[in-house]
Design a protein around this ligand. Structure first.
Ligand SMILES: *Cc1c(COP(=O)(O)O)cnc(C)c1O
Length: 359
């Protein structure tokens, strides 16, 4: 089968043995085998989130858990502050509005991180049930200092919950959910965890469950109180994605064997290689210095190369990168270095891009 190797910010490449793990025959979702499978994935994914809190595992994409966070965590008549510095943090706002919540958007220039000072200035105007941020803005290649934002919230606004989208960074950057006291930290399977799409994971604090009890209209599929009741028995209210759980169970073995710290360090090296390549070939970097993503590099197309031609050339060599997101199309392009990508893989894609640039 012809295979284009993906250096796009999701879906990412999945090991063939992890793909193979999905083809085992089905089991009943009320069986002890399924309970054991869920317990196994749960205990491993908690280590990746560095949390002792529960991690809800849903048959959904990451956006589903953004919706879950808002539905469970924001009361009627109360407000949520959405900090927007790119397309996925804008999605947090769209989800908040879509759920009928009082959502206030605070814009931060694209390419910049959300800084504690931005949060402090915004929250001065009254009471907030929660704030939303994206840890790693995949549209701009920016990582925001979520740990520092959390420290500020706990010092100044201790009743405001912190909801973090870490979709493109869990498994590729250092995000200790408990140490940073994140109330919700969520991710998707198809990014730095290097799994097929279809699963979403969220580490959820006790404070969120206490809040959820005061929220009406939580829905059902994403109701944390319902999910909790089942998870304590290693099961789910609705049918789980059994094949994907099998893939996750195996891939998490590989992730923990590599070690979370070593995995993060590998991503740091890949990011440095990619940034150096861009600068050495006359390109710019869209993200502010000191806040560049470890998992995706947003390259500024300073020399004005023909992105469509580059993409076609890469495709002829069995490789794929991504165009810029939305308005950044053509002005930037993105090279993802997330998941199980190795230095040799990066040399392959960057070397091929060098050939194109030289010609
Ligand atoms: C990909 C991505 C999303 C959307 O995730 P889905 O799994 O497609 O719903 C949200 N946030 C960030 C930061 C992303 O990179």
């Amino acid at each position: 089968m012809s295979h284009t190797k993906l250096f796009i910010p999701g879906p990412t490449e999945v090991r063939s043995d992890v793909l193979q793990a999905q083809i085992a025959p089905m089991i009943g979702h009320r069986s002890s085998d399924c309970d054991a499978l869920i317990a196994s994935v749960e205990s491993k994914i908690k280590q990746v989130f560095m949390t002792d809190n529960r991690v809800y595992i849903l048959a959904a994409s990451g956006s589903g858990l953004q919706e879950a966070a808002i539905r469970n965590g924001v009361r009627e008549g109360r407000r949520v502050a959405n900090f927007v510095n790119g397309a996925f943090s804008q999605r947090w706002h769209d989800v908040s509005v879509g759920c009928g919540k009082q959502a206030v958007k605070f814009d931060v220039p694209w390419g910049q991180p959300v800084r504690p000072a931005d949060v402090e200035a915004a929250l001065a105007s009254g009471d907030w049930d929660a704030i939303t941020v994206v840890h790693n803005e995949t549209s701009t290649g920016v990582a925001s200092p979520v740990g520092e934002i959390s420290a500020l919230l706990h010092a100044r606004y201790p009743d405001t919950l912190l909801f973090v989208d870490a979709v493109s960074s869990i498994g590729g950057d250092w995000i200790p959910a408990d140490e940073w006291r994140l109330d919700i930290c969520l991710t998707s399977s198809q990014k730095a965890l290097a799994l097929p799409p279809g699963l979403a994971f969220a580490a959820v604090s006790d404070r969120v469950l206490a809040r959820a009890k005061e929220v009406t209209g939580r829905g059902w599929y994403f109701d944390f109180l319902v999910l909790e009741k089942y998870l304590v028995k290693n099961t789910t209210p609705a049918t789980p994605a059994i094949s994907l759980l099998r893939a996750a169970d195996l891939q998490l073995d590989f992730i923990l064997a590599e070690g979370v710290a070593a995995r993060v360090e590998r991503h740091r090296r890949l990011a440095a290689m990619t940034q150096q390549w861009a600068l050495a070939h006359g390109f710019g970097l869209f993200a502010a210095d000191g806040h560049r993503s470890q998992t995706v590099t947003c390259v500024e197309n300073t020399p004005g190369i023909d992105y469509a031609a580059l993409s076609k050339f890469l495709k002829s060599r069995g490789l794929a990168i991504s165009n810029g997101y939305g308005d950044l199309k053509g002005k930037t392009f993105r090279i993802a270095h997330m998941g199980d990508v190795t230095e040799a893989d990066m040399q392959e894609v960057l070397g091929t891009m060098s050939e194109f640039v030289r010609d």
